[in-house]
Ligand binder design. Structure first.
Ligand SMILES: [Zn+2]
Length: 156
């Protein structure tokens, strides 16, 4: 187990996030072989509107606004890196922690599955998700750093 610790920015982002999600995030940092930062926790509606306008968010009805979502971004050599291989490592750690704490998560790399109960490698889950969406003639929106509490278990 690595010995990563969140910096003040990450801790600040976790403020007002649902305690079950905070528990999973904290546990996952202990399990993760990849250091990461909490890039986004709570978001205001204005922040969400601006992300939506830029195409960086797919909805105005974001789970970030209600404290049910976090974005976890790989932290490598002092920089945040939006890169898939390290993102998959974080997803692996998040799933391990969510299974242990029995918290049902939805992951932005494969929105339509029960992420906590899944078994396949996160990379394969994402590839399968992309293929399913393309089959419907749509373009997949992939957001690997995004994790949220499943609405069925945690309504807003
Ligand atoms: Zn997000």
């Amino acid at each position: 187990m690595a010995d990563f610790k969140f910096g003040p920015g990450s801790l600040n982002e976790l403020k007002n996030v649902h305690q079950d999600l905070v528990a999973v995030v904290n546990r996952s940092l202990a399990y993760s072989v990849q250091d990461f930062a909490v890039h986004d926790g709570i978001r205001s509606l204005d922040q969400q509107k601006s992300l939506f306008a830029k195409g960086a968010a797919k909805t105005l009805d974001s789970r970030h606004i209600t404290g049910h979502a976090v974005d976890l971004v790989p932290y490598i050599n002092g920089k945040l890196r939006w890169e898939w291989p390290p993102i998959f490592l974080i997803a692996e750690a998040m799933r391990m922690a969510a299974k242990e704490l029995d918290v049902k998560l939805r992951w932005g790399g494969a929105w339509d599955i029960d992420f906590t109960d899944s078994e396949a490698a996160p990379e394969d889950l994402m590839i399968d998700y992309g293929a399913r969406i393309k089959k419907q003639g749509k373009h997949p929106f992939l957001d690997g750093p995004h994790f949220e509490l499943k609405k069925a278990f945690y309504p807003a």
